[in-house]
Write a protein that binds this ligand. Structure first.
Ligand code: C5P
Length: 239
């Protein structure tokens, strides 16, 4: 398999075409960004940690019967994925109050929700990725109503598998963000990444934060937090 031209460079990853139709080559970068790119830093080793963690989690989901764009891990910072047309929605699932839910509702951080909730945000940097409802999704033509139902169902299924898996590793899955794409035959497929950049993960006993909030709010070392998550997931820690 040959890596070909750069197709897209995002905040955390680069996507390349390959010589294989509909197969993309993903490179995880060491760049850390927060608050819509306002806070930026290069953290050596971050790309590797996220690639390892994301590969393990996509594999775990596949073992539970949940498909994604993930095809295989190529190296410590690279993956092969199936090409999709990304649906411009961020699908957030929450089990525990934190972040923008805490701000929006005033509920106390750490409050356990009796049932997981799903939110949709419109992927648009200029607008600051606003929270939107089903009517907004319809007028924006971001997704078809039946696709929205599938996104919700699949996001909750991902939550069930990952919540249980993290729990068995001594971690609380507080919330996370997923992205989905459409395959060539218009099927909705889980895409992007699942990593401590996109999930809130707290120690079950102490509630210590190991995820990107460590970087967002300067709570300590991002590398140490992500390494702890990789270790608990049973992954190989490099260097
Ligand atoms: O900030 P907020 O509380 O809405 O974030 C909910 C979850 O979605 C968090 O786990 C956060 O890391 C993730 N998220 C993300 N990318 C964004 C916004 C939120 O991965 N652009």
């Amino acid at each position: 398999m040959q890596k070909e031209k750069l197709l897209y460079e995002g905040k955390a990853k680069k996507l390349y075409k390959t010589d294989e139709p509909r197969v993309l080559w993903v490179e995880y970068k060491d760049d850390a960004t927060a608050f819509n790119g306002e806070k930026k830093e290069v953290i050596t080793g971050k790309g590797q940690l996220n690639n390892e963690i994301s590969s393990l989690l996509f594999q775990k989901l596949e073992d539970s019967g949940i498909n994604s764009h993930f095809l295989k891990k190529l190296s410590s910072t690279e993956q092969l994925v199936q090409e999709t047309e990304i649906i411009p929605l961020e699908v957030v699932v929450r089990n525990i109050v934190a972040g923008s839910l805490q701000k929006r509702t005033g509920l106390k951080e750490g409050t356990v929700l009796d049932q997981a909730i799903v939110e949709f945000y419109y992927k648009d940097d200029e607008l600051g990725d606003p929270l939107i409802n089903n009517d907004h999704i319809r007028i924006l033509k971001a997704a078809q109503p039946q696709e929205v139902e599938q996104l919700k169902k699949q996001a909750l299924a991902v939550n069930e598998t990952l919540k249980e898996h993290f729990d068995s590793c001594g971690l609380l899955l507080v919330d996370f963000k997923l992205e989905f794409g459409r395959t060539a035959d218009k099927q909705v497929l889980l895409a992007d990444e699942i990593s401590p950049d996109t999930c809130r993960l707290w120690d079950k006993a102490t509630k210590e934060k190991f995820d990107k909030d460590v970087f967002r709010f300067g709570l300590g070392s991002l590398e140490e937090g992500y390494t702890e998550i990789l270790k608990r997931l049973g992954g190989a820690v490099h260097g």
